[in-house]
Ligand binder design. Structure first.
Ligand code: ATP
Ligand code: MG
Length: 377
């Protein structure tokens, strides 16, 4: 069994490592010689929209992607030759914030008030409808808070619009949330759906920093509500693979932020904290195999290593810490690895996290760049 993965970043790297373990041969397409997945997969070095790259993976049994914006030309070409999973509609929705918001509306899923924006005039009138403060987001290719501008006063509209180069966008109301939560699930070819525990996420400057699966008794009504939303998206897209949906929690209610049609950063903890990881279940799903149990094994947390603050060696002294290094060149605002912490009790977990917080890191420096991007306009 050979799986083709469009994109060779850290998600492809972790998928590839899981693939080897369960007897699947990973092939990745990525133009960069330094692609994080290159050392652990067959690496087709080429552009994702280059037919020569497609030819080089035409012998694979199934194709998937580790990015939200896989070119539709590549997906269509591959779909004539092999199953492309989670599916062309899923990729089309996840790669375009407008399509995503329309799907949420269509399924009756709550979102922040939003509006499509194609001109400065659109933006000004939309701000009156959605309300302030708001955030302007590029429709395509944004990640880690890139391609977003917060707008606090109508007068800031022009600067925000110009700094995103007047590209097709959406604007939405900034939500004053109690916490951010994501819900991940895997759906098999036979329609079997498995949910992992809902995850609490903390972002800094638009970048995910901490994720922690909520234990039994910590989720209140949101677990049921989150599963209902994710289940309805899975069914409506006839989805195969792992889907992640990010939410804002406000007064016990869930407001959908966005979805990812792939394995997700807030699911990295599943490798140590769940019986079957998101990487393995994504592969099992797209390969048409039975899914594994998603049971939570105990208190777990994940910390992203971002920018220049990575210092991987310090983490090895923290009890219960397991390091995942992506082999990327550190740069401000770039995710270069993560650490998963497992403990017997929540108390131990918190103590180990507190220990980790004393590590000599320079996160403020690493974050200044991203923070500026998030606050600009
Ligand atoms: P990623 O790819 O890392 O998930 P992204 O660049 O696709 O991120 P979003 O998830 O839309 O972007 O935004 C990143 C973070 O910015 C959110 O997790 C949240 O912390 C904040 N944010 C985005 N939109 C809003 C909003 N409408 N209200 C409040 N906070 C928001
Ligand atoms: Mg997000």
């Amino acid at each position: 069994m050979k799986v083709a993965i469009l994109g060779g970043g850290q998600l492809a790297r972790m998928l590839a490592i899981a693939a080897h373990r369960i007897g699947i041969e990973p092939w990745v397409v990525d133009p960069s010689p330094e692609a994080p997945a290159a050392p652990v997969a067959h690496h087709v070095r080429g552009a994702l929209d280059d037919p020569a790259s497609w030819e080089a993976i035409a012998h694979c049994d199934v194709a998937t992607a580790e990015i939200d914006h896989a070119p539709s030309s590549a997906l269509a070409w591959l779909a004539d030759r092999m199953p492309v999973r989670p599916g062309s509609r899923a990729f089309a929705v996840a790669g375009d914030r407008l399509a995503e918001k329309r799907l949420f509306d269509e399924l009756g899923i709550d979102t922040a008030p939003w509006s499509a924006v194609d001109s400065l005039d659109d933006l000004r009138s939309a701000l009156h409808r959605v309300g302030l403060p708001a955030v302007l987001k590029l429709r395509r290719e944004g990640y880690d808070g890139r391609g977003q501008r917060v707008i606090r006063r109508v007068e800031e509209a022009r600067t925000a619009w110009q700094s995103l180069e007047g590209r097709p966008s959406i604007v939405e109301r900034l939500i004053d949330f109690d916490r951010e939560v994501s819900v991940l699930a895997a759906r098999g070819v036979d329609g079997d759906v498995r949910f992992w525990s809902p995850v609490e996420n903390r972002h800094e400057a638009g970048i995910l920093r901490h994720s922690r699966p909520l234990g039994p008794g910590e989720t209140g009504s949101i677990e049921f509500a989150g599963r209902r939303v994710v289940g309805s998206i899975l069914d409506s897209l006839d989805y195969v693979g792992v889907l992640a949906v990010e939410f804002f929690e406000v007064g016990g209610r869930l407001i959908a932020n966005e979805l990812a049609s792939r394995v997700h950063n807030s699911g990295h903890w599943t490798e140590e904290g769940a019986e079957t990881s998101q990487f393995e279940n994504h592969l099992r799903a797209i390969a048409g195999r039975p899914l594994g149990s998603t049971r939570l094994l105990g208190p777990t947390a994940m910390v992203n290593l971002v920018g220049l603050d990575a210092a991987p060696e310090h983490w090895q002294a923290v009890p219960g810490a397991r390091l995942h290094w992506y082999g990327k060149r550190p740069a401000p605002g770039r995710k270069v690895g993560h650490v998963t912490l497992r403990a017997e009790t929540r108390l131990d977990l918190d103590a180990n996290l507190a220990h980790a917080a004393t590590l000599p890191v320079t996160s403020s420096e690493a974050f200044s760049d991203a923070a500026l991007r998030w606050q600009a306009s």
